[in-house]
Design a protein around this ligand. Sequence first.
Ligand code: URP
Ligand code: ZN
Ligand code: ZN
Length: 462
Amino acid sequence: MSVLIKNGRIITAVEDFHSDIFIQDETVTTIGKNLDMPADEIIDAKGRYVIPGGVDPHTHFDMPFGGTVTVDNFASGTRAAAHGGTTTMIDFAIQTMGESPLKGLETWHQKAAGNTAVDYAFHMILTDMEGERMKDMRSLIDEGITSFKLFMAYPGVLYMNDGMIYRTMREAGEFGALICMHAENGIVIDEIIKEAIEAGKTEPKWHGLTRPTQMEAEAVHRTIAISELANVPIYIVHLTCSDALEEVKQARANGLPVHAETCPQYLLLDHSYLEQDGFEGAKYVMSPPLREKWNQEELWRGLQMGHLQAVATDHCSFRFHDQKTLGKDVFTKIPNGAPGVENRLSLIFNGGVVEDRISLNKFVDITSTAAAKIFGLYPKKGTIAVGSDADIVIFDPERRETISVNNPHMHHLKADYNAFEGFEVTGISETVLSRGRVIVRKGEFVGEQGHGQFVKRNLFTA
Ligand code: URP
Ligand code: ZN
Ligand code: ZN
Protein backbone atom coordinates (compact mmCIF):
# COMPACT_ATOMS: atom_id res chain seq x y z
CA MET A 1 0.00 0.00 0.00
CA SER A 2 1.37 3.43 -0.93
CA VAL A 3 0.05 6.94 -0.34
CA LEU A 4 1.15 10.20 -1.93
CA ILE A 5 0.29 13.43 -0.09
CA LYS A 6 0.55 16.34 -2.51
CA ASN A 7 0.71 20.13 -2.24
CA GLY A 8 0.72 20.35 1.55
CA ARG A 9 2.51 22.75 3.85
CA ILE A 10 4.58 20.48 6.08
CA ILE A 11 5.10 21.73 9.59
CA THR A 12 7.29 19.98 12.12
CA ALA A 13 8.67 21.25 15.41
CA VAL A 14 11.49 22.97 13.50
CA GLU A 15 10.52 23.21 9.82
CA ASP A 16 7.83 24.79 7.69
CA PHE A 17 7.93 24.12 3.93
CA HIS A 18 5.81 23.11 0.95
CA SER A 19 6.44 19.60 -0.27
CA ASP A 20 4.95 16.23 -1.15
CA ILE A 21 5.25 13.08 0.94
CA PHE A 22 5.44 9.52 -0.35
CA ILE A 23 4.53 6.72 2.03
CA GLN A 24 5.31 3.09 1.35
CA ASP A 25 3.38 0.76 3.63
CA GLU A 26 3.83 2.16 7.18
CA THR A 27 6.74 4.53 6.64
CA VAL A 28 7.54 7.89 5.08
CA THR A 29 10.04 7.05 2.33
CA THR A 30 10.37 10.25 0.28
CA ILE A 31 9.80 13.96 0.92
CA GLY A 32 10.25 16.25 -2.04
CA LYS A 33 8.70 18.80 -4.35
CA ASN A 34 6.49 17.75 -7.27
CA LEU A 35 6.75 14.03 -6.60
CA ASP A 36 5.29 12.09 -9.47
CA MET A 37 5.22 8.54 -8.20
CA PRO A 38 2.43 6.04 -8.73
CA ALA A 39 0.53 5.46 -5.51
CA ASP A 40 -2.52 3.50 -4.38
CA GLU A 41 -3.99 6.69 -2.92
CA ILE A 42 -3.28 10.33 -3.65
CA ILE A 43 -4.34 12.94 -1.09
CA ASP A 44 -4.46 16.58 -2.17
CA ALA A 45 -3.44 18.66 0.86
CA LYS A 46 -3.59 22.07 -0.89
CA GLY A 47 -4.42 24.79 1.61
CA ARG A 48 -3.85 22.42 4.52
CA TYR A 49 -1.11 21.97 7.08
CA VAL A 50 0.53 18.56 7.10
CA ILE A 51 1.67 17.85 10.66
CA PRO A 52 2.91 14.85 12.65
CA GLY A 53 0.16 12.88 14.38
CA GLY A 54 -0.40 14.07 17.92
CA VAL A 55 1.18 12.26 20.83
CA ASP A 56 -0.89 12.36 24.02
CA PRO A 57 1.31 11.14 26.88
CA HIS A 58 -1.39 11.14 29.57
CA THR A 59 -4.64 9.20 29.35
CA HIS A 60 -6.65 6.92 31.64
CA PHE A 61 -8.75 4.52 29.58
CA ASP A 62 -10.78 1.80 31.27
CA MET A 63 -9.34 2.73 34.65
CA PRO A 64 -10.92 1.80 37.99
CA PHE A 65 -10.92 5.02 40.01
CA GLY A 66 -13.09 6.88 42.51
CA GLY A 67 -15.41 3.91 43.09
CA THR A 68 -16.16 3.41 39.40
CA VAL A 69 -14.39 2.86 36.06
CA THR A 70 -13.61 5.55 33.47
CA VAL A 71 -16.27 5.46 30.77
CA ASP A 72 -13.97 5.69 27.76
CA ASN A 73 -12.10 2.51 27.07
CA PHE A 74 -9.33 1.83 24.56
CA ALA A 75 -11.85 1.45 21.74
CA SER A 76 -13.87 4.63 22.24
CA GLY A 77 -10.95 6.67 23.55
CA THR A 78 -8.53 5.95 20.73
CA ARG A 79 -11.20 6.34 18.08
CA ALA A 80 -12.09 9.77 19.42
CA ALA A 81 -8.37 10.59 19.65
CA ALA A 82 -7.98 9.65 15.98
CA HIS A 83 -10.77 12.05 15.01
CA GLY A 84 -8.89 14.81 16.80
CA GLY A 85 -5.55 14.05 15.14
CA THR A 86 -3.83 12.13 17.94
CA THR A 87 -2.16 8.97 16.68
CA THR A 88 -0.14 7.82 19.70
CA MET A 89 -1.37 7.50 23.27
CA ILE A 90 0.61 6.76 26.40
CA ASP A 91 -1.88 5.40 28.91
CA PHE A 92 -1.24 4.73 32.60
CA ALA A 93 -1.22 1.08 33.65
CA ILE A 94 -1.59 0.58 37.40
CA GLN A 95 0.16 -1.65 39.90
CA THR A 96 -2.45 -2.89 42.36
CA MET A 97 -1.25 -2.55 45.96
CA GLY A 98 0.36 -5.81 47.09
CA GLU A 99 0.81 -7.15 43.56
CA SER A 100 3.65 -7.05 41.07
CA PRO A 101 3.53 -4.18 38.56
CA LEU A 102 4.08 -6.86 35.91
CA LYS A 103 0.59 -8.10 36.71
CA GLY A 104 -0.68 -4.54 36.17
CA LEU A 105 1.05 -4.46 32.79
CA GLU A 106 -0.61 -7.72 31.78
CA THR A 107 -4.01 -6.32 32.76
CA TRP A 108 -3.45 -3.18 30.68
CA HIS A 109 -2.29 -5.20 27.69
CA GLN A 110 -5.53 -7.18 27.92
CA LYS A 111 -7.60 -3.99 28.01
CA ALA A 112 -5.87 -2.51 24.96
CA ALA A 113 -4.95 -5.39 22.67
CA GLY A 114 -7.20 -5.63 19.64
CA ASN A 115 -9.22 -2.59 20.68
CA THR A 116 -7.24 0.46 19.76
CA ALA A 117 -7.56 2.57 16.63
CA VAL A 118 -4.11 4.16 17.02
CA ASP A 119 -0.74 3.12 18.43
CA TYR A 120 -0.25 3.10 22.16
CA ALA A 121 2.30 2.68 24.92
CA PHE A 122 2.09 2.53 28.71
CA HIS A 123 3.58 4.24 31.72
CA MET A 124 3.29 2.27 34.94
CA ILE A 125 1.76 3.76 38.09
CA LEU A 126 3.75 2.31 40.97
CA THR A 127 2.00 2.12 44.34
CA ASP A 128 3.93 -0.46 46.32
CA MET A 129 7.67 -0.95 45.86
CA GLU A 130 8.59 -2.77 49.05
CA GLY A 131 11.37 -5.38 48.99
CA GLU A 132 11.51 -7.57 45.92
CA ARG A 133 9.35 -5.29 43.81
CA MET A 134 12.22 -3.01 42.80
CA LYS A 135 13.66 -5.60 40.45
CA ASP A 136 10.33 -5.72 38.59
CA MET A 137 11.18 -2.25 37.33
CA ARG A 138 14.01 -3.75 35.26
CA SER A 139 11.59 -6.27 33.73
CA LEU A 140 9.14 -3.47 32.93
CA ILE A 141 11.84 -1.51 31.13
CA ASP A 142 12.63 -4.61 29.06
CA GLU A 143 8.93 -4.61 28.13
CA GLY A 144 9.17 -1.02 26.86
CA ILE A 145 7.73 0.66 29.96
CA THR A 146 10.39 3.28 30.57
CA SER A 147 8.52 5.81 32.72
CA PHE A 148 6.85 5.38 36.10
CA LYS A 149 4.22 7.56 37.72
CA LEU A 150 4.22 8.15 41.46
CA PHE A 151 1.58 9.99 43.49
CA MET A 152 2.14 12.46 46.32
CA ALA A 153 -1.68 12.80 46.42
CA TYR A 154 -4.64 10.47 47.15
CA PRO A 155 -3.52 8.99 50.53
CA GLY A 156 -4.77 5.42 50.96
CA VAL A 157 -5.33 5.00 47.24
CA LEU A 158 -2.30 5.74 45.05
CA TYR A 159 -0.20 7.79 47.49
CA MET A 160 3.45 6.94 48.09
CA ASN A 161 5.38 8.37 51.06
CA ASP A 162 8.59 10.33 50.55
CA GLY A 163 10.82 7.46 51.70
CA MET A 164 9.39 5.09 49.14
CA ILE A 165 9.46 7.84 46.51
CA TYR A 166 13.17 8.33 47.19
CA ARG A 167 13.92 4.59 47.00
CA THR A 168 11.89 4.18 43.82
CA MET A 169 13.55 7.20 42.25
CA ARG A 170 17.02 5.86 43.12
CA GLU A 171 16.25 2.60 41.41
CA ALA A 172 14.67 4.28 38.37
CA GLY A 173 17.73 6.54 38.13
CA GLU A 174 20.04 3.52 38.13
CA PHE A 175 18.05 2.02 35.27
CA GLY A 176 17.94 5.27 33.29
CA ALA A 177 14.14 5.50 33.53
CA LEU A 178 11.99 8.62 33.94
CA ILE A 179 9.74 9.40 36.92
CA CYS A 180 6.39 11.08 36.28
CA MET A 181 4.98 12.79 39.35
CA HIS A 182 1.50 13.75 40.46
CA ALA A 183 2.64 16.61 42.65
CA GLU A 184 0.13 17.65 45.32
CA ASN A 185 0.65 17.39 49.07
CA GLY A 186 -2.11 14.84 49.67
CA ILE A 187 -1.51 14.61 53.42
CA VAL A 188 -2.11 18.30 54.10
CA ILE A 189 -4.91 18.43 51.52
CA ASP A 190 -6.73 15.65 53.41
CA GLU A 191 -6.59 17.76 56.58
CA ILE A 192 -8.01 20.77 54.72
CA ILE A 193 -10.76 18.56 53.31
CA LYS A 194 -11.68 17.35 56.82
CA GLU A 195 -11.96 20.96 58.01
CA ALA A 196 -14.20 21.84 55.06
CA ILE A 197 -16.53 18.90 55.57
CA GLU A 198 -16.81 19.58 59.30
CA ALA A 199 -17.89 23.11 58.35
CA GLY A 200 -20.61 21.69 56.05
CA LYS A 201 -18.83 22.69 52.84
CA THR A 202 -19.78 19.83 50.53
CA GLU A 203 -20.50 21.31 47.05
CA PRO A 204 -18.22 20.60 44.05
CA LYS A 205 -16.43 23.97 44.30
CA TRP A 206 -14.88 22.83 47.59
CA HIS A 207 -12.90 20.25 45.68
CA GLY A 208 -10.92 23.15 44.23
CA LEU A 209 -10.82 25.26 47.35
CA THR A 210 -9.38 22.43 49.45
CA ARG A 211 -6.44 21.87 47.08
CA PRO A 212 -4.64 25.25 47.06
CA THR A 213 -1.81 26.09 44.67
CA GLN A 214 0.69 26.19 47.56
CA MET A 215 0.17 22.45 48.03
CA GLU A 216 0.94 21.80 44.38
CA ALA A 217 3.99 24.08 44.37
CA GLU A 218 5.28 22.56 47.62
CA ALA A 219 5.00 19.07 46.18
CA VAL A 220 6.73 20.11 42.95
CA HIS A 221 9.53 21.65 45.01
CA ARG A 222 9.86 18.52 47.15
CA THR A 223 9.83 16.12 44.22
CA ILE A 224 12.54 18.15 42.48
CA ALA A 225 14.68 18.09 45.62
CA ILE A 226 14.23 14.33 46.10
CA SER A 227 14.90 13.60 42.43
CA GLU A 228 18.09 15.65 42.53
CA LEU A 229 19.39 13.50 45.40
CA ALA A 230 18.15 10.32 43.73
CA ASN A 231 19.77 11.35 40.44
CA VAL A 232 16.76 10.70 38.24
CA PRO A 233 15.09 12.78 35.50
CA ILE A 234 11.50 13.76 36.26
CA TYR A 235 8.38 14.88 34.43
CA ILE A 236 5.67 16.70 36.39
CA VAL A 237 2.27 15.70 35.06
CA HIS A 238 -0.74 18.04 34.82
CA LEU A 239 0.92 21.21 36.14
CA THR A 240 -1.79 23.81 36.74
CA CYS A 241 -0.50 27.06 38.15
CA SER A 242 2.07 29.82 38.26
CA ASP A 243 3.39 28.83 41.74
CA ALA A 244 4.26 25.33 40.54
CA LEU A 245 5.66 26.62 37.26
CA GLU A 246 8.09 28.86 39.14
CA GLU A 247 9.55 25.77 40.83
CA VAL A 248 10.05 24.03 37.48
CA LYS A 249 11.59 27.16 35.96
CA GLN A 250 14.06 27.48 38.83
CA ALA A 251 15.05 23.81 38.62
CA ARG A 252 15.62 23.99 34.86
CA ALA A 253 17.62 27.19 35.28
CA ASN A 254 19.80 25.20 37.70
CA GLY A 255 20.35 22.61 34.98
CA LEU A 256 18.26 19.83 36.51
CA PRO A 257 16.54 17.31 34.21
CA VAL A 258 13.05 18.50 35.17
CA HIS A 259 10.23 18.48 32.61
CA ALA A 260 6.55 19.31 32.89
CA GLU A 261 3.29 19.12 31.01
CA THR A 262 0.12 21.11 31.35
CA CYS A 263 -3.31 20.33 29.91
CA PRO A 264 -5.93 22.20 27.84
CA GLN A 265 -8.23 22.43 30.86
CA TYR A 266 -5.65 24.42 32.84
CA LEU A 267 -4.91 26.65 29.84
CA LEU A 268 -8.54 27.36 28.98
CA LEU A 269 -10.84 26.66 31.95
CA ASP A 270 -10.73 28.16 35.43
CA HIS A 271 -12.14 27.80 38.94
CA SER A 272 -15.44 29.50 38.00
CA TYR A 273 -16.45 26.30 36.15
CA LEU A 274 -16.46 24.51 39.51
CA GLU A 275 -18.68 27.21 40.98
CA GLN A 276 -21.54 26.74 38.54
CA ASP A 277 -25.08 26.36 39.81
CA GLY A 278 -26.33 23.11 41.22
CA PHE A 279 -24.15 20.07 40.66
CA GLU A 280 -22.81 21.23 37.27
CA GLY A 281 -19.38 21.94 38.79
CA ALA A 282 -18.88 18.18 39.28
CA LYS A 283 -18.07 17.94 35.57
CA TYR A 284 -14.90 19.90 36.34
CA VAL A 285 -13.75 18.02 39.44
CA MET A 286 -10.21 16.91 38.68
CA SER A 287 -6.91 16.87 40.53
CA PRO A 288 -5.06 19.16 40.70
CA PRO A 289 -8.09 21.43 40.35
CA LEU A 290 -8.89 24.27 37.97
CA ARG A 291 -7.24 27.49 39.15
CA GLU A 292 -7.89 31.23 39.14
CA LYS A 293 -7.96 32.52 35.56
CA TRP A 294 -4.78 34.62 35.75
CA ASN A 295 -2.69 31.43 35.90
CA GLN A 296 -3.61 30.62 32.30
CA GLU A 297 -1.43 33.29 30.70
CA GLU A 298 1.49 32.18 32.87
CA LEU A 299 1.09 28.62 31.59
CA TRP A 300 0.88 29.74 27.96
CA ARG A 301 4.01 31.80 28.50
CA GLY A 302 5.65 28.77 30.12
CA LEU A 303 4.97 26.77 26.96
CA GLN A 304 6.15 29.54 24.69
CA MET A 305 9.41 29.91 26.63
CA GLY A 306 10.01 26.17 26.88
CA HIS A 307 9.68 25.97 30.67
CA LEU A 308 6.77 23.59 30.03
CA GLN A 309 7.41 21.09 27.30
CA ALA A 310 4.15 19.33 26.48
CA VAL A 311 0.37 19.56 26.50
CA ALA A 312 -1.32 16.28 27.48
CA THR A 313 -4.98 15.75 28.21
CA ASP A 314 -5.10 13.66 31.41
CA HIS A 315 -8.20 12.24 29.75
CA CYS A 316 -10.08 10.57 32.62
CA SER A 317 -13.74 10.57 31.70
CA PHE A 318 -16.80 9.78 33.78
CA ARG A 319 -20.44 10.11 32.79
CA PHE A 320 -22.11 13.07 34.46
CA HIS A 321 -25.51 11.48 34.95
CA ASP A 322 -24.54 8.38 36.88
CA GLN A 323 -20.83 8.51 37.74
CA LYS A 324 -20.09 12.09 38.76
CA THR A 325 -23.32 11.90 40.80
CA LEU A 326 -21.64 9.42 43.16
CA GLY A 327 -20.58 12.63 44.89
CA LYS A 328 -23.89 14.49 44.87
CA ASP A 329 -23.87 14.68 48.69
CA VAL A 330 -20.20 15.44 49.18
CA PHE A 331 -17.47 16.52 46.76
CA THR A 332 -14.96 13.93 48.04
CA LYS A 333 -17.00 11.19 46.38
CA ILE A 334 -17.05 12.80 42.93
CA PRO A 335 -14.73 10.74 40.70
CA ASN A 336 -11.78 12.95 39.77
CA GLY A 337 -11.15 13.60 36.10
CA ALA A 338 -12.58 14.96 32.87
CA PRO A 339 -12.67 14.02 29.17
CA GLY A 340 -10.37 15.79 26.70
CA VAL A 341 -8.50 13.41 24.42
CA GLU A 342 -10.41 14.32 21.27
CA ASN A 343 -10.18 18.10 21.11
CA ARG A 344 -6.58 18.74 22.22
CA LEU A 345 -5.13 19.75 18.83
CA SER A 346 -7.99 22.09 17.95
CA LEU A 347 -8.00 23.68 21.41
CA ILE A 348 -4.25 24.28 21.43
CA PHE A 349 -4.15 25.45 17.81
CA ASN A 350 -6.99 27.88 18.45
CA GLY A 351 -5.83 29.08 21.87
CA GLY A 352 -2.15 29.06 20.90
CA VAL A 353 -1.65 29.82 17.20
CA VAL A 354 -4.91 31.58 16.26
CA GLU A 355 -4.81 33.70 19.40
CA ASP A 356 -1.15 34.50 18.73
CA ARG A 357 0.46 33.01 21.81
CA ILE A 358 2.71 30.41 20.17
CA SER A 359 4.20 29.69 16.75
CA LEU A 360 3.11 26.90 14.43
CA ASN A 361 6.34 25.01 15.14
CA LYS A 362 5.73 25.30 18.87
CA PHE A 363 2.19 23.98 18.35
CA VAL A 364 3.62 20.83 16.75
CA ASP A 365 6.31 20.54 19.39
CA ILE A 366 4.01 20.69 22.43
CA THR A 367 1.32 18.45 20.94
CA SER A 368 3.59 15.82 19.42
CA THR A 369 7.37 16.10 19.16
CA ALA A 370 8.37 16.95 22.73
CA ALA A 371 6.38 14.10 24.25
CA ALA A 372 7.77 11.68 21.65
CA LYS A 373 11.30 12.75 22.58
CA ILE A 374 10.83 12.73 26.35
CA PHE A 375 9.12 9.35 26.34
CA GLY A 376 11.46 7.49 23.98
CA LEU A 377 9.27 7.37 20.88
CA TYR A 378 11.21 9.76 18.65
CA PRO A 379 11.86 9.77 15.68
CA LYS A 380 9.51 6.83 15.03
CA LYS A 381 6.74 9.12 16.33
CA GLY A 382 6.52 12.89 16.71
CA THR A 383 7.85 14.11 13.38
CA ILE A 384 7.53 13.85 9.61
CA ALA A 385 10.84 12.53 8.26
CA VAL A 386 12.11 9.81 5.98
CA GLY A 387 12.08 6.61 8.04
CA SER A 388 9.48 7.80 10.55
CA ASP A 389 6.12 6.11 10.95
CA ALA A 390 3.61 7.71 8.61
CA ASP A 391 1.44 9.12 11.42
CA ILE A 392 0.27 12.26 9.69
CA VAL A 393 -2.56 14.76 10.09
CA ILE A 394 -3.95 16.86 7.25
CA PHE A 395 -5.08 19.84 9.27
CA ASP A 396 -7.49 22.50 8.03
CA PRO A 397 -6.36 25.76 9.65
CA GLU A 398 -9.43 27.68 8.49
CA ARG A 399 -12.34 25.46 9.43
CA ARG A 400 -14.37 26.58 12.39
CA GLU A 401 -16.44 24.33 14.65
CA THR A 402 -18.18 24.60 17.99
CA ILE A 403 -17.14 21.95 20.45
CA SER A 404 -20.21 20.29 21.88
CA VAL A 405 -21.37 16.91 23.02
CA ASN A 406 -24.06 17.43 20.35
CA ASN A 407 -21.66 18.23 17.50
CA PRO A 408 -21.00 14.92 15.72
CA HIS A 409 -17.81 16.35 14.18
CA MET A 410 -16.26 17.18 17.53
CA HIS A 411 -17.41 14.59 20.06
CA HIS A 412 -17.04 10.84 19.55
CA LEU A 413 -16.43 9.90 23.17
CA LYS A 414 -18.66 7.82 25.39
CA ALA A 415 -18.50 10.61 27.99
CA ASP A 416 -21.92 12.24 28.14
CA TYR A 417 -20.58 15.77 28.36
CA ASN A 418 -17.74 17.77 26.87
CA ALA A 419 -15.61 19.83 29.26
CA PHE A 420 -15.19 22.46 26.51
CA GLU A 421 -18.88 22.73 25.64
CA GLY A 422 -19.58 25.83 23.57
CA PHE A 423 -15.93 26.61 22.77
CA GLU A 424 -15.56 27.85 19.20
CA VAL A 425 -12.34 26.66 17.62
CA THR A 426 -10.62 27.34 14.33
CA GLY A 427 -8.36 24.52 13.12
CA ILE A 428 -9.65 20.99 12.63
CA SER A 429 -7.99 17.65 11.87
CA GLU A 430 -9.46 16.62 8.55
CA THR A 431 -7.67 13.46 7.41
CA VAL A 432 -5.53 11.29 9.66
CA LEU A 433 -3.05 8.56 8.82
CA SER A 434 -1.73 6.02 11.28
CA ARG A 435 1.31 4.06 10.06
CA GLY A 436 0.42 4.83 6.46
CA ARG A 437 -3.18 3.85 6.71
CA VAL A 438 -5.92 6.48 6.38
CA ILE A 439 -8.01 6.10 9.54
CA VAL A 440 -10.01 9.34 9.31
CA ARG A 441 -10.92 10.62 5.86
CA LYS A 442 -12.43 14.12 5.75
CA GLY A 443 -13.84 13.69 9.24
CA GLU A 444 -15.17 10.20 8.76
CA PHE A 445 -13.64 7.32 10.71
CA VAL A 446 -12.47 4.68 8.24
CA GLY A 447 -9.99 2.96 10.55
CA GLU A 448 -10.30 -0.25 12.41
CA GLN A 449 -10.56 -1.21 16.03
CA GLY A 450 -7.37 -3.25 16.51
CA HIS A 451 -5.24 -1.40 13.96
CA GLY A 452 -3.30 0.22 16.81
CA GLN A 453 -0.12 -1.51 17.95
CA PHE A 454 1.68 -1.48 21.27
CA VAL A 455 4.93 0.48 20.99
CA LYS A 456 7.88 -0.39 23.19
CA ARG A 457 9.54 2.82 24.27
CA ASN A 458 13.25 3.57 24.59
CA LEU A 459 14.79 4.97 27.75
CA PHE A 460 14.80 8.71 28.34
CA THR A 461 17.79 10.49 26.88
CA ALA A 462 18.65 14.00 28.00
O1 URP B 1 -8.38 14.14 38.31
C1 URP B 1 -7.58 13.48 37.68
N1 URP B 1 -6.49 14.06 37.24
N2 URP B 1 -7.80 12.18 37.47
C2 URP B 1 -6.93 11.26 36.86
C3 URP B 1 -5.91 10.71 37.79
C4 URP B 1 -4.69 11.57 37.87
O2 URP B 1 -4.37 12.03 38.96
O3 URP B 1 -4.04 11.80 36.87
ZN1 ZN C 1 -2.34 12.62 38.46
ZN1 ZN D 1 -3.86 11.49 35.08
